[in-house]
Design a protein around this ligand. Structure first.
Ligand code: SF4
Length: 263
């Protein structure tokens, strides 16, 4: 946004304030982006190259994400999860990514390592990315919930997050999406879809076609953990077909080998 455009926005906000009892409201992310706008505009005016501008945009986004990460790290909105977690699991990857994956919640491995999708399911996601010609660092990966859902003492495994837990934590993911502004979102599994869209449906109904989240194209596919439980080639092929649609949407080249690939 250029300085004259920014002045127009400020003038419009001041008018709204004059006419209303309540001051206009904006999210922290929107305010931070407005603050960063003059810097980006001055860089453009200074004749910086597109690559430099991209780098600066990535740096701005990284700074904005770091501020959200700090708030998440101190969050105790779900007292039971704040007590049981080893650490929060914020998200990982390129702050300026075109492609963002959304899972449901950290499991035991993620809780220990502080990074989403690092267990067996995460390793499969990394393999899927590689088959798409992406490294983990190229995309952004986050969960609806930033804390591991707690388990009863003495029990093992992971549990799905509750709708209340997901609603409580969702604003942090919304901020991440607002900052990163990916071209395509991929939701992994029905629980992630319920957390993101508030829609409860079977994967058969949801996957394989485009949805939207805040005007961003959203592909829904199976969670990699499902593929670990169900190794049928037909199920793996479904996920790969969903990923081919993602590559097409991102206008990435697709080789013949990729077209015929089975995960
Ligand atoms: S799950 Fe989210 S909202 Fe709940 S305590 Fe953790 S970071 Fe906070």
């Amino acid at each position: 946004m250029t300085q004259p455009a920014l002045d127009l926005v400020i003038a419009a906000l001041e008018k709204i304030r004059e006419k209303n009892d309540r001051a206009p409201r904006a999210s922290r992310t929107a305010l931070a982006q407005l603050q960063a706008a003059p810097v980006a505009a001055s860089l453009r005016e200074a004749g910086t190259s597109p690559t430099e501008r991209q780098l600066q945009a990535a740096r701005n986004k990284a700074d904005l994400l770091a501020a959200v990460r700090e708030r998440v790290g101190a969050c105790t909105k779900c007292a039971h999860l704040a007590c049981s977690r080893t650490q929060t699991v914020f998200g990982v990857g390129n702050p300026d990514a075109d492609l963002m994956f959304i899972g449901e919640a950290p499991g035991a491995d993620e809780d220990q390592q502080g990074e989403p999708f690092v267990g067996r399911a995460g390793q499969l996601l990394t393999r899927i990315l590689k088959a798409m010609n992406f490294a983990r660092e190229d995309v952004y990966i986050a969960n609806i919930l930033k804390c591991r859902p707690d388990m009863p003492a003495g029990s093992f495994g992971n549990r799905a997050p509750t709708p209340t837990e997901m609603q409580t934590c969702l604003p942090y993911l919304v901020e991440q999406i607002d900052i990163i502004q990916p071209s395509v979102l991929v939701a992994l599994g029905a629980v992630a879809v319920e957390g993101l869209l508030g829609t409860r449906a079977t994967m058969r109904e949801l996957r394989g076609r485009w949805h939207t989240y805040n005007s961003i194209p959203l592909m829904i596919t199976y969670h990699p953990a499902y593929l670990l439980r169900n190794q049928a080639p037909s199920e793996k092929r479904k996920v790969w077909e969903d990923m081919l649609q993602v590559l097409e949407r991102l206008e990435r080249p697709i080789s013949e080998r990729q077209r015929n690939y089975f995960l």
